[in-house]
Design a protein around this ligand. Structure first.
Ligand SMILES: [Mn+2]
Length: 197
């Protein structure tokens, strides 16, 4: 019996950010994203479209400070919304791995929707930023996303030189790994030797 509602919605307000995040796993990847950071919107749109998970994300953050709170807190809220949508994480394929190229860059993401939050992140950038997006926040975003959704997430950039391509390959690799992992299995069972995650 599948007990997942496959929809999650989180509103999170602090003194630093005001965020609304909705995810619909079976929503066919419709993205409606406005974080105030153009490059981050571009990355989250890729995450939504390529995962097939519809995402509505609206963020008002303290960008007069810098992009840090906005990006990290978006990872927290989006991760919580995904965790809600996955429920007990039963009835799904659970694992996903994807290699995604973008021109000269190649990224690999491998993940387990396990309730065992972990991030391995091996990707170095040359520049400080793409537009208003500080590239060092890529790791912070995925850490927040993984820990708040209950995901083991490994990200490796195998090679690449253009930072825009590297970041985009990483987000798209996570998206495709996620698309596989959230796929419903045939009998609604929990893939675990323990019977529960
Ligand atoms: Mn691009």
């Amino acid at each position: 019996m599948i007990d997942m509602k496959r929809f999650g919605e989180v509103v999170r307000t602090t003194k630093e950010t005001d965020i609304s995040a909705k995810v619909d796993i079976d929503g066919k990847g419709r993205a409606d994203i406005d974080t105030g950071i153009g490059f981050f919107d571009h990355m989250l749109t890729a995450l939504s479209v390529h995962s097939g998970i519809s995402m509505t994300i609206k963020v008002k953050g303290d960008l007069y400070v810098d992009c840090h709170h906005t990006i990290e807190d978006t990872g927290i809220a989006l991760g919580q919304a995904l965790g809600q949508a996955l429920g007990a994480k039963s009835g799904i394929v659970r694992y996903g791995t994807a290699y995604i190229p973008m021109d000269e860059s190649l990224a690999m993401a491998s993940l387990d929707l396990s309730n065992r939050p972990f991030l391995v992140f091996n990707c170095e950038f040359t520049n400080q930023s793409c537009g208003q997006y500080d590239l060092c926040m890529t790791e912070e975003f995925f850490r927040a996303f993984a820990f708040n959704s209950g995901m083991t997430l490994h990200i490796n950039l195998l090679y690449g030189s253009n930072d825009h391509h590297k970041a985009e390959a990483v987000y798209k690799a996570v998206a495709h790994a996620l698309k596989t992992a959230v796929t419903l299995n045939s009998d609604g069972s929990t893939l675990s030797t323990k019977g529960v995650l």
